[in-house]
Structures are given as structure tokens and as C-alpha cells.
Design a protein around this ligand. Structure first.
Ligand code: NAD
Length: 488
């Protein structure tokens, strides 16, 4: 089995710790490689390399940086199939979804390459004569990028491409359940021509690599995607630096009595069981109008029973494995909790006996909004139905959680749709579509405890990775005092 290295200052090397760890294929439980268990000394070296490289990189004109990103997009497209197969092998999602994971990185590279010719500031008037005022975008410095395993190519791409186009360098720490995807991705960016030291990759545990990155004085910004618990520790320990947090979700789909139920059914199956429920935008709550509840439950159960569990590389597979054994145990604990709380199990509720980390797609009904299965992020294939009597109750239920990432409403009544858009507390609202489906040129992120107000992707992704510098040019030839030399 191959032992993979970490990248510091353009060289692939072993960790100072001398330790390694394995990453498993969740469908077969076989290891797919051995990886460096990085530590604080590796982080120190990586930060110093990034700091040095930053001084040159920030001076490369942004359109030139964009050309490198465009080359990265071309190389990613050329390697799309092999990367997608690796995504499936390392984290388990079915192959068509893995292709989407890679496509998102291609889209982001192309979009951010174009931003290299914009990076707009604004010009405005001055309150004084012969004075010019404008804003420009400046890089921030060295970034720490910390990512989860569930989108092992797309999420790093959401951070890396805007980070680079804005002129920053970075130290990247991927999740330990998907380090090989991160290594292959960075190798492609190396080939595209990102200069030595601008990107550094350190694999290893969150406590030994992520925490030192977060606390490092020379790192000016952190972009973190992951669980709320770790996100809270990031905020606590980061000190004074820019921090972007993209945390968990407990997303809901409202199905009104006037909805197209077949369309809603497709949306719930895709949102609830796509990626085996392991998306921050997964739909784990279905808030259904009482009038159509029984019928919709029957339709759902019948569709769920037809879902085929298996290795994501097989064409016949609809739902892949969970990421690891802990995830299977955690998912099952929630089945037990749901039953104990009095929710009614309609189907699923068991791990399978086969090799691999498989759990049956599971559906609860008679769930009340305050139950733990309706409040806490499970990150597995468990969906709960919450019956409601009207739209007001549906929206109250939607908002009765501490998260606020994605949401959806199925209705054919425009008044219902706009009332939901206006009143749902979430970063994303879909109408007649599932909770999944973000596009790279629009911002992505959540409200409440899903984040701290930053947004990734779209133009707001540029804002996350750049400073705004205000420039005043006074060409009057005399000292002019704002607020003082202005006549009332
Ligand atoms: P996680 O929080 O366990 O780990 C995320 C990353 O943080 C990993 O690289 C991990 O090694 C690192 N880490 C762990 N402890 C750390 C510490 N003390 N300091 C710094 N880094 C540390 O999350 P996960 O299990 O990899 O991913 C699943 C979670 O991610 C879910 O909660 C999901 O909702 C969330 N997620 C959110 C989004 C979003 O955009 N909002 C997208 C995908 C996933």
C-alpha cells in the first residue's frame, strides 16, 4: 500500500511526527492508502513557506492568476472520471454524484478565473472638490483552509480558487477520511502552475494540524467547513483573524396540500437519501400538510423500499455507504432515540450485515418538532415526517431549529411560495425543488448556528477572501479636511 506525503514549500515530504494513518474505502472497508499524520512542526514549516510565497504571489496580476485557474479547470476536466472514481472509492457517494463533486470544482475554477478580470471595487463621489475616492480589493495574506470529507473535491475547490484568485497563499488541512482526494486535487493544481509555496497541504488529525493552523499568529484568515462543535472551537481559539464558518444543517422540505406530490416525492428522496444523507443541505425533515400526509407517506415508503444499497461504483446502486463505522453507530443511535421519543418507524432502521458501512434508508413519521431526531443533525439516511395543519405551522416548524442552512417548499400556490420565501430562516430557499442544488456563481451559506454570516461562492466568496482598501486621491494641491471644510 502506498504511503502518501504532505506538500510543504513545493516538496512532497514525510511528516515530522514520523506517524501515519490509513483511509478506508467505506464500501469495502479496505484501506486505500497510508497518509502522513502531520503535527505542529509541519504546520509551522507550511505557514512559513506560505508566508514567503505570498509576497510574490500577491503581486502577480489577477488576470494572470486567473489563467492558471483556467488551466486547472482544463486539467480537472481531463481527469474528471478518474477523480470521480476516487471520490466514490474514498468517501462512498455514488459515481454520478462523485462526477458532480468534480464538476463543481471545474465550475468554480472557471468562474473564479473570470473574476481575475473583475475583482471589482467601486468608485464614488467625494464631498470635497478635486478629490477622487474608490475601493480596491487586496489579498488578506496566508489562509488556513480546513475541510470535511463529504465533498472531498468540491469543498476544497470552493475555498482554494477564490483564495488564490484574490492573491492569498494557504495551508490546507483536509479531513482524515478523504486525504487522497485532497492530494490528487493539489497535484493537479501543481501541474496547472500554482507557484511553489503558495499551496501547502498537511494531512493529519484536527487536534494536531487543524488546531495549530487555527491558532497560528501568521495566518490571517481561516475558512472552515465542518461540524458545529468544531466550528465553535475554531471561533474560540482563532484569536483576531478573519474566520469563515460553514457548519451543519437540519434542513426541511414543506409539502403543502396543493403540491405536485410526485415532484415532491422526487425531491424528498433526493434530499433525504442522496449522498446517504451526508450533505450539509440534506433534507432530514419533511413537514407535510395533514390533508395529504397518509397518501404521501405511502408514496414515500414504496419508493424508499426500492432504493438499492451498494458500492457507489456499481450502476445498480442508488445509495452508497456511510463514511465510517462511527457514522453507522451514530445513525443507529438516532433510530433508537426516535423510537424512544415515540416517533413511528415506517421503514429501515438497521445497519446491513454486509461488509462496508451500510445503513438502510430510514423513515419516521408522527415526529414532533421538538424531538431530538427533528432537531439534531444526524448526517445519515434518516428522514422524519412532521405533520402540520397549515402554512403558518409549517413555517414555525421549519424555523424551530438552531440551524438555518437550506429549506424547500412544494406548492402550486404563489402566495404560499412567497410567504415561505419571506419567513423561512435559512440561507437557501428552494421552491418546487429539493434542498440541494447550489450553483457556484451564487453565494452559499446559512443563518443562525449554521455559520457566522460569511458566504462562500459567488461574488461573496471573493469578499470572504479579500480585504477592502479605501483609496482617496486629493489633487486639489491644498489640505482639504473632510467634514470640516464642507459648507453646510
Ligand atoms: P468535522 O467538524 O468533524 O471536521 C471538519 C474538519 O475539521 C476536518 O478536517 C477535521 O479534521 C478538522 N478538525 C477537527 N477538530 C479540529 C480542531 N480542533 N481544530 C481545527 N480543525 C479540526 O466535520 P466532518 O465530520 O468532517 O464533516 C461533517 C460536518 O460538516 C457536518 O456537520 C456537515 O453539516 C458539515 N458540512 C457543512 C457544509 C456547509 O457548507 N455548511 C458543507 C459540508 C459539510
Amino acid at each position: 500500500m502506498k504511503t502518501h506525503k504532505i506538500l510543504i514549500d513545493g516538496k512532497w515530504r514525510s511528516s515530522c511526527s514520523g506517524k501515519t494513518f490509513e483511509s478506508l474505502n467505506p464500501a469495502t472497508e479496505k484501506p486505500i492508502g497510508r497518509f502522513q499524520s502531520g503535527n505542529v512542526d509541519d504546520v509551522e514549516k507550511a505557514v512559513q513557506a506560505a508566508k514567503k510565497a505570498y509576497e510574490k504571489w500577491r503581486k502577480v496580476p489577477a488576470p494572470k492568476r486567473g489563467l492558471i485557474l483556467l488551466r486547472a479547470a482544463q486539467l480537472l476536466r481531463k481527469n474528471k472520471e478518474s477523480l470521480a472514481r476516487l471520490v466514490t472509492q474514498e468517501m462512498g457517494k455514488v459515481l454520478p454524484e462523485a462526477r458532480g463533486d468534480v464538476q463543481e470544482a471545474i465550475d468554480m475554477a472557471e468562474y473564479m478565473a473570470g473574476e481575475g478580470r473583475r475583482l471589482f471595487g467601486h468608485t464614488t463621489t467625494s464631498e470635497l472638490p478635486e478629490k477622487f475616492s474608490m475601493t480596491i480589493k487586496s489579498p488578506v495574506g496566508v489562509y488556513g483552509l480546513i475541510t470535511p470529507w463529504n465533498f472531498p473535491i468540491a469543498i476544497p475547490a470552493w475555498k482554494i480558487f477564490p483564495c488564490l484568485i484574490c492573491g492569498n497563499s494557504f495551508v490546507f488541512k483536509p479531513a482524515s477520511d478523504a486525504p487522497l482526494c485532497a492530494i490528487r486535487f493539489i497535484q493537479i493544481l501543481e501541474k496547472a502552475g500554482i507557484p511553489r509555496g503558495v499551496m501547502n497541504l498537511v494531512t493529519g488529525p484536527g487536534s494536531d494540524v487543524g488546531a495549530p493552523i487555527n491558532k497560528h499568529e501568521d495566518i490571517r484568515g481561516i475558512s472552515f467547513t465542518g461540524s458545529r462543535d468544531v466550528g465553535e472551537s475554531i471561533i474560540k481559539d482563532s484569536g483576531v483573524k478573519r474566520v469563515g464558518l460553514e457548519l451543519g444543517g437540519k434542513n426541511g422540505i414543506i409539502v403543502m396540500d396543493d403540491a405536485d406530490l410526485r415532484l415532491a416525492l422526487d425531491g424528498v428522496i433526493w434530499g433525504g437519501y442522496g449522498t446517504t444523507g451526508q450533505r450539509c443541505t440534506a433534507a432530514s425533515r419533511v413537514i407535510v400538510h395533514e390533508k395529504i400526509r397518509k397518501k404521501f407517506e405511502r408514496m414515500l415508503v414504496s419508493r424508499i423500499r426500492k432504493l438499492r444499497l451498494g458500492n457507489g461504483l456499481m450502476k445498480t446502486t442508488d445509495v452508497g455507504p456511510l463514511i465510517n463505522r462511527d457514522a453507522v453507530d451514530k445513525t443507529h443511535q438516532y433510530t433508537v432515540i426516535g423510537k424512544d421519543e415515540g416517533a413511528k418507524l415506517l421503514c429501515g432502521g438497521r445497519a446491513t450485515k454486509r461488509k462496508g458501512f451500510f445503513y438502510e434508508p430510514t423513515l419516521f413519521t408522527d415526529t414532533s418538532p421538538k424531538m431530538r431526531i427533528a432537531q439534531e443533525e444526524i448526517f445519515g439516511p434518516i428522514v422524519c415526517i412532521i405533520p402540520v395543519r397549515n402554512l403558518d405551522q409549517a413555517i414555525d416548524t421549519m424555523n424551530s431549529i438552531t440551524y438555518g442552512l437550506s429549506s424547500s417548499i412544494y406548492t402550486n400556490d404563489i402566495k404560499n411560495a412567497f410567504t415561505a420565501i419571506e419567513n423561512i430562516e435559512a440561507g437557501l430557499v428552494y421552491v418546487n425543488s429539493s434542498t440541494i442544488g447550489s450553483e457556484v456563481h451564487l453565494p452559499f451559506g446559512g443563518v443562525k448556528k449554521t455559520g457566522n454570516g460569511t458566504r462562500e461562492a459567488g461574488i461573496e466568496g471573493i469578499n470572504e477572501f479579500s480585504e477592502t482598501k479605501v483609496v482617496y486621491v486629493d489633487y486639489s494641491g491644498k489640505l482639504q479636511k473632510a467634514q470640516i471644510d464642507v459648507e453646510d
